[in-house]
Design a protein around this ligand. Structure first.
Ligand SMILES: NC(=O)c1ccc[n+]([C@@H]2O[C@H](COP(=O)([O-])OP(=O)(O)OC[C@H]3O[C@@H](n4cnc5c(N)ncnc54)[C@H](O)[C@@H]3O)[C@@H](O)[C@H]2O)c1
Length: 276
């Protein structure tokens, strides 16, 4: 992968899945890395794999919802490497449950991690990215930031918000002539631990839901997702879709407009296993 050699790249949620694969792919491309996660065990595994590649590395436990810690962390990364070029706001969680039965606290938790975590990371690093003269913000939304699904209102809200926030930022950087590119990423189903780590509303069988996701919905590997993201970043794409599922459903929504909701609500229940 071209264009990453010598760049200082920050990856949140790097202890698993897409974040881990991104860190490894960036290291292979010659980047220097600051990786973080709340899961210190997963993070240690990523660290081990990166050390084998001989990369310059900073490893920290960071909860992306803790704004003050994130701001301090951004300064530490700048101090450590002397500059920061790219942030991948990747850390995220999933939750399933209909609005009717979902407590406020579950919606707030998803917004805290999946939306505010991205805002915290973007704002903490933006001054450093601008100062680098060659910056890039990469925010991980989802296919569910392009269309809504029954049972995914909290996640949909957070991922639509990431998209809105990031697309506005992209235009602001251009208008203000800042040397920062901006990419919003919309993965379809990726083979990671996300569904196994997810929480669910009362009445949903978590294990069955995770199993359904792993067997039927996750079609792209994390490694392939990381390669698609880095290709999009190297080409300064504003929007990156990952997987045939993301491309097909994005097209369907653009063709049908708001009518996709009627289509989904009549068709989807037939494919959903009981209790999921
Ligand atoms: N897997 C998919 O199908 C899919 C699809 C679309 C979007 N995404 C998005 O991709 C991103 C990565 O997810 P993944 O699939 O690799 O899942 P994953 O569960 O394998 O990895 C997510 C990582 O984020 C970390 N994390 C969770 N909360 C955190 C917090 N508060 N602070 C710091 N780290 C935290 C977890 O510990 C974990 O290591 C997420 O934003 C997710 O919403 C995933």
């Amino acid at each position: 992968m071209q264009g990453f050699a010598g760049k200082v790249c920050v990856v949140t949620g790097a202890g698993s899945g897409i974040g881990q694969a991104l860190a490894i792919e960036l290291a292979r491309a010659g980047a220097q890395l600051a990786i973080s996660d709340v899961d210190t065990e997963g993070l240690a595994q990523t660290e081990q794999r990166l050390k084998a590649l001989g990369v310059q590395l900073k490893v920290d436990r960071l909860n992306v919802t803790e704004r003050e810690a994130f701001l301090a962390y951004a300064d530490e990364v700048k101090e450590h490497f002397g500059k920061v070029n790219q942030i991948y706001n990747n850390a995220g969680i999933a939750f399933s449950g209909d609005v009717e039965v979902t407590p406020f606290k579950d919606i707030e938790r998803v917004m805290d991690v999946d939306f505010w975590g991205v805002v915290n990371g973007t704002k903490a690093f933006l001054p450093h990215l601008i100062a680098s003269g060659d910056g890039h913000v990469v925010n991980i939304s989802s296919l569910f930031g392009l269309l809504s699904m029954p049972g995914q209102a909290a996640y949909n809200a957070a991922k639509f918000a990431v998209r809105g926030f990031t697309e506005a930022l992209n235009q602001e950087m251009a208008i203000n002539k800042h040397p920062v590119k901006v990419t919003t990423v919309h993965p379809g189903g990726i083979k990671t631990a996300i569904a196994r780590n997810a929480t669910v509303a009362e009445g949903i069988d978590q294990a069955a839901a995770a199993d359904f996701f792993d067997r039927k919905l996750a079609s792209t590997t994390a490694e392939e997702a990381a390669r698609v993201i880095l290709e999009g970043v190297s080409k300064n794409r504003a929007r990156v879709l990952i997987g045939n599922d993301a491309r097909a459903l994005d097209l369907l929504v653009r063709i049908t407009g708001s009518r996709y909701q009627k289509l989904f609500s009549s068709v989807l229940p037939r494919f959903r296993p009981k209790g999921v």
